[in-house]
Write a new protein. Sequence first.
Length: 424
Amino acid sequence: MPEPARGPTRYDDPMSAPQTPSPTDLIHHDYLPPDGFRAPMPGIHKASTVIFSNVAAMRARDWQHKTGYSYGLHGTPTTFTLEERISSLEGGLQCVLTPSGLSAIANVNLALLKTGDEVLIPDNAYGPNKALAQGELKAWGITHQLYDALSPADLAAKIGPRTRLVWLEAPGSVTMEFPDLPELVRVCRQHGVTTVLDNTWGAGLAFNAFALPGLAELRGSAGVDLSVQALTKYPSGGGDVLMGSVVTRDEALHLRVKLCHMRLGLGVGANDVEAVLRSLPSMALRYAAHDRTARALAQWLAGRPEIAQVLHPAWPGSPGHAHWRATCGEGAQAAGLFSVVFDDQFSAAEVDRFCDRLRLFKLGYSWGGFMSLVVPYDIGTMRQPGVSAWPHRGVLVRFSIGLESVDDLRADLDQALAALPAHP
Ligand SMILES: *Cc1c(COP(=O)(O)O)cnc(C)c1O
């Protein structure tokens, strides 16, 4: 290869074009910044291509373990860093990142289920988890049944010879029932069925999904086999990132997830990982603040005549409250999410107007961010009849409590409640 033209422009011939630097210099340049730069935030690495030092290294690449790099899709220093942090946070040993919480759910299903298998899902589970089972999984010959999250007996009765995977969620992310997690896991173990928890609510802070009270260690875990999170929620905290994670404590299980992840091409973008790495250090403080404000507002709403029921794991009258206390332990945390059921004198249209009147609470899906959100739900359309009890007739409204001042949020709720029509 000829040496690229270099050197200062020659002035002897005013008509000769100035010699431009070779564009090759813009691509291949000898300069390397000095090693040893450290800062609170890790450097962010972006790559599709990963450069190997020689052909032998290229041929020896290992995309299964974090011993090196092979291709950006399969990991960079940036994604490995977040994976290790999420894994430690949840008490796990391995982690893969996916482009959304929902794709983490899909990754687990596709890694562990095949035609002829059955998966069991709580009927109060995150809706798109059920929708995936009703859509693609069904079309591929993977059946599912919904079970009552508050009834280990119902789960036990539904486990059959084809059951390969049981989803758990604590609490249900709209109706907020907190299940007896250790008992549900025990039932699955008795039947040799793999368990996966949607741990978005607990976020690795409220309880350790791999060390549940009263369970002995089995295959490296005293709890669930896999834990999935929507990092979109508390770990991001910004309402501006979509990301998911799958954490395990079993190398063989992790490799099944990781191989499926690779085959499906579920890599994540470095900018999004950077945003989560930036938010993660403040997550525990944010989580506690969301929790404090949510409890204060839930308690205040419980005293309002317009509200028939508060659904918040820490609220004594809420379904599964005792399980929440047993699983989350002393000083138990409870995130920033809760729902209320309006008195059934208020029509769905009136409750919609209540939501529309809120000014600080914005209408929008998701949760875990700094901005408070509200969504009215029609639970009747979300439950399969006959699986679990839904004794309420009024409309449910779910609040995701942000980081605003509790007094301002209370005043906002107060003005919107005051505008509800008075029924005789
Ligand atoms: C939001 C959410 C998900 C999915 O996360 P996305 O990143 O929005 O796909 C999964 N499970 C629960 C409980 C959630 O709240």
